[in-house]
Ligand binder design. Structure first.
Ligand SMILES: N[C@@H](CCC[C@H](N)C(=O)O)C(=O)O
Length: 264
């Protein structure tokens, strides 16, 4: 069969996007999703996103990791889906859509910057000999690195060791390695090993959100600027004495890079 598709990327986190308002794509066909995300045999992407109709929301975002299976919330993918919805004429500049972790509000600026409201985050917990664990719509382990060590870190080896350790093996986690700015106010630098891609990605939206919130205990104040190998993102939030975070927004670019048809 021939399938029309688009490709979008948000700070280098890239996605095959499909307009599935007709609800024709078989979300149980893991082999097909894996093939479409394959960077040699298929289109190539970190994930695949279906935009579907929903009776109560402007649209529904259905996210698959590159391994072919349904994923949890994808922050960069959410921003790309908002841009995709605008391109399709489904929305104008503001929206409320449904994702794996519930409803999300978002707006898109004239320059294409997308501001995505994330779910409230109920807290964070120290994981012995690992780092700090938070769920920002996807599970994230945040490890703060000593100064000037992030660039040379073997993120795949270190990330895989944590993602498959006894604590995380069953459900998995994303692993974010962080270097604080040498000068306050400069970006926090982040590299991410991503569950379901099972590799380092150029950025991870729910990951940098987790980093910003964890860094609030190390002097970071909203808005937090984060620098990933794929580009810069911004996270704003309200922190509360009980350890919860509300009004959490992830902001950054979302760009259409390709449109085509694929034999599948
Ligand atoms: N890159 C995404 C994260 C997508 C989900 C992640 N792979 C997982 O399975 O937890 C993002 O931008 O948040």
């Amino acid at each position: 069969m021939t399938l029309p598709f688009f490709k979008y990327q948000g700070t280098g986190n890239d996605f095959v996007m499909m307009d599935d308002r007709a609800h024709q794509f078989d979300e149980h066909n893991h082999t097909l999703v894996r093939h479409l995300c394959d960077r040699r045999r298929g289109i190539g992407a970190d994930g695949l996103i279906l935009l579907r109709q929903h009776p109560e929301y402007d649209f529904e975002m259905v996210y698959f990791n590159a391994d072919g299976y349904l994923g949890s919330m994808c922050g960069n993918g959410g921003r790309c889906t908002v841009a995709f919805a605008r391109q399709l004429g489904v929305i104008k500049t503001e929206t409320t859509f449904l994702a794996a972790d519930g409803p999300h509000k978002a707006r898109i600026d004239a320059d294409g910057t997308v501001h995505l409201r994330m779910q409230d985050v109920l807290g964070q917990q120290e994981v012995e000999n690992c780092g700090v664990f938070l769920d920002t719509g996807s599970p994230h382990l945040v490890r703060f690195q000593p100064a000037s060590t992030l660039a040379e870190l073997n993120v795949v080896a270190e990330g895989r060791a944590i993602r498959y350790n006894d604590r995380f093996r069953e459900k998995g986690t994303n692993v974010n390695f962080v270097e604080a700015p040498a000068i306050p106010g400069q970006p926090w630098q982040v590299r991410t090993y991503e569950r379901g891609v099972e590799d380092e990605t150029l950025s991870c939206g729910t990951g940098v959100t987790a980093v910003a919130l964890a860094a609030s205990r190390r002097g970071a104040a909203s808005p937090v600027h984060l620098r990933t190998p794929g580009g810069d993102l911004r996270v704003t939030f309200e922190g509360h004495p009980d350890g919860t975070f509300t009004n959490v927004y992830l902001s950054g670019p979302a760009t259409r890079v390709f449109e085509g048809k694929v034999e599948a």
